[in-house]
Design a protein. Structure first.
Length: 336
C-alpha cells in the first residue's frame, strides 16, 4: 500500500502562519497536520505502508523535505518527494508523482484530519471517503445508487443530491488506472475552474464501469483557515485525551498556574500566574506570564504576557504583551 499526499500550496488562507512554514507542517496538538494525517491513515488501513509520496512546491526547502521523509520512515516506509511548482489542480498534482502511481494506494490532501475505523471494501475498485454534512450545497458530494455505489460526483449542488460530502481521501485498488485516466485529462486539456481535476479522471473510470463505494469517517476536521484550525486543535485534544495519550510534558515549569484539560503542553514551557485551557496547545519553549488562555494554538518559543486569549493562533517566536497599545504585527495578521 502507498500513500500519496498532494500538499503543494503553502496555505494563503492561514497567513501569517504559513509565510515561514507550509500549512501541512502547522502543529495540531503538538504534531504537524501532515504527520497526523499520514499516521491516522496508516492506522485505519491496518496494512503495511510501502511508500509515502509527498507532492510539494520546490520552495519548501530541504529542511521540510527531510521532515517529510522522516514521517514516512517512522512508518517503516520509503519517503519520496515530488514537485508541483505551478498550481494547476489536483489532477496535475497527482500526476507529478506518476512514478509512484502503481499498485494499491490512498490519495489524501494534506489539509484535513480524520477519525475513523473501517475495513476496505475489497470488491471495489475505489473508495471515496465522505462525511454527512448539514449544508451539502457548499461541498462536492457523491450520488449513490440503490446498491450503495457511487455513480456520480456533483460539485456544490444547488438542488439536493445527497448530504455525503467528499473529504479529499481516496483509495484505489490499482492507482495506475487513475494515472492513465489523468494522463488522458492532461493530454486532452480537460480543465475545470482553470485546473486539471482528479474528478475528471474518476468520472472516466466510472464511465468504464469501475466500482466506486463510499467510506464514512467518524470525524472530519479541516485546517483551511485560522478559525477552523483552532477548532480542529480543540477537537483533536479531546480525542487524544479520551485515547489516554500523554499530552503534558514532564519538563514544564509551573508557578501559581492552573491547567484545565485537555491541553497539549510541550517541553520547556513556562507558566507563571496563568490559567491555561481548556483546549490549548503550547509549543516547545513557550513562556506565559499573567495570561488566561483557552481554545487556542501557540507554536514554539512564543512569549506572551498580560493577555486574555480565546480562539487565538500565535506563531513561532512571537512576542505579545497585552498591556502595550503600540504593537508591531507582521504581514497578513488580523486582530479581532
Amino acid at each position: 500500500m502507498k500513500i500519496i499526499v498532494p500538499m503543494a500550496g503553502r496555505g494563503s488562507r492561514l497567513r501569517p502562519h504559513t509565510l515561514t512554514i507550509p500549512k501541512p507542517l502547522i502543529p495540531i496538538a503538538g504534531k504537524p497536520i501532515v504527520h497526523r494525517l499520514v499516521e491516522d491513515i496508516a492506522g485505519v488501513l491496518n496494512q503495511d505502508i510501502e511508500e509515502v509520496a509527498f507532492i510539494i512546491h520546490e520552495s519548501f526547502g530541504k529542511k521540510v523535505e527531510d521532515e517529510l521523509i522522516a514521517i514516512a520512515e517512522k512508518l517503516g516506509a520509503k519517503g519520496t518527494i515530488y514537485y508541483q511548482n505551478e498550481a494547476l489542480g489536483t489532477g496535475h498534482a497527482i500526476m507529478c508523482a506518476k512514478d509512484s502511481l502503481t499498485g494499491s494506494a490512498v490519495i489524501a490532501y494534506a489539509d484535513t484530519l480524520i477519525r475513523a475505523k473501517f475495513d476496505l471494501d475489497q470488491t471495489a475498485d475505489s473508495v471515496i471517503w465522505v462525511k454527512q454534512v448539514e449544508q451539502p450545497e457548499a461541498f462536492g458530494v457523491v450520488n449513490l445508487n440503490d446498491n450503495n455505489e457511487i455513480i456520480e460526483l456533483v460539485e456544490k449542488p444547488q438542488e439536493f443530491v445527497s448530504d455525503l460530502a467528499v473529504i479529499g481521501i481516496y483509495y484505489f485498488k490499482d492507482v495506475a488506472v487513475l494515472k492513465n485516466e489523468l494522463q488522458s485529462v492532461l493530454d486532452n486539456n480537460i480543465i475545470h475552474g482553470g485546473e486539471y481535476q482528479i474528478n475528471d479522471g474518476i468520472k472516466q473510470m466510472m464511465a468504464k464501469g469501475m466500482k466506486f463505494v463510499p467510506g464514512e469517517v467518524d470525524e472530519w476536521m479541516d485546517c483551511g483557515n485560522k478559525d477552523v484550525t483552532v477548532e480542529t486543535n480543540s477537537r483533536m485534544l479531546g480525542f487524544l485525551l479520551n485515547d489516554g495519550e500523554k499530552l503534558i510534558s514532564d519538563v514544564v515549569r509551573v508557578e501559581n498556574s492552573t491547567v484545565i484539560e485537555p491541553c497539549f503542553i510541550d517541553d520547556d514551557v513556562v507558566l507563571i500566574n496563568s490559567i491555561v485551557g481548556p483546549n490549548v496547545s503550547l509549543g516547545k519553549g513557550t513562556h506565559l506570564t499573567n495570561v488566561k488562555i483557552q481554545n487556542s494554538l501557540v507554536q514554539t518559543h512564543a512569549h506572551i504576557r498580560n493577555a486574555k486569549l480565546d480562539n487565538a493562533m500565535i506563531g513561532n517566536h512571537a512576542t505579545f504583551d497585552g498591556e502595550f497599545t503600540s504593537i508591531s504585527i507582521g504581514d497578513y495578521s488580523v486582530l479581532e
